[in-house]
Design a protein around this ligand. Sequence first.
Ligand code: HEC
Ligand code: HEC
Length: 140
Amino acid sequence: MKSNRKIVVIATLSLFVVIGIAASRPPEEKFKNLKVLPRSISEQTIEKVMEEFSKSLGVDCKFCHVQIDSTNWDMASDQKPEKSVARKMIKMSNKINKDFFKAKTKYGEENAVLEIRCMTCHRGEPHPEIQQVPEEKSNQ
Ligand code: HEC
Ligand code: HEC
């Protein structure tokens, strides 16, 4: 009985030690290849941002990301040129917001307030560029 209790006490103490070590370690970075978004971004926020990108361009994840098979993805890969363009677009949007709208937050920050977003230009299209301003409609 007595030695049993000793084992329980030792086991409990070692559990506290293990928990203590785990808690004092810096949080592991969840994402491997972030160059523009904050590296400390939470899973919830990156999900929100990626949903926004997809909806704004009217595409799904594989427009920018490599799908390995029906269930596996390599989100960290930079193989798709669209992902590199998207990085430039994030930087551009952050810069427009900061320089022209005095925004204090950037894409990927918690509760970011942004005047210009992907949707402002893209409106559900991957290619929002227009070559010519449409002719004015006549008022007759
Ligand atoms: C328009 C392009 C685009 C679309 C669409 C897109 N992403 Fe991304 N995604 C990016 C870019 C760009 C990065 C890297 C950002 C950086 O470098 O900071 C990224 C990074 C990620 C990462 C982090 C990978 C790592 O480990 O570094 C995840 C996870 C991710 N995206 C998930 C998704 C999911 C899920 C979808 C679909 C709902 C999606 N993305 C749609 C452009 C896109
Ligand atoms: C100020 C307007 C504007 C904003 C804001 C903007 N884009 Fe774009 N984007 C464009 C234009 C214009 C093009 C077409 C350029 C070209 O291909 O000549 C484009 C092209 C792209 C492409 C390339 C599409 C392809 O088929 O290769 C991607 C990817 C993209 N944008 C992602 C984004 C994302 C993600 C955001 C938000 C972070 C964003 N854009 C914000 C104007 C904008």
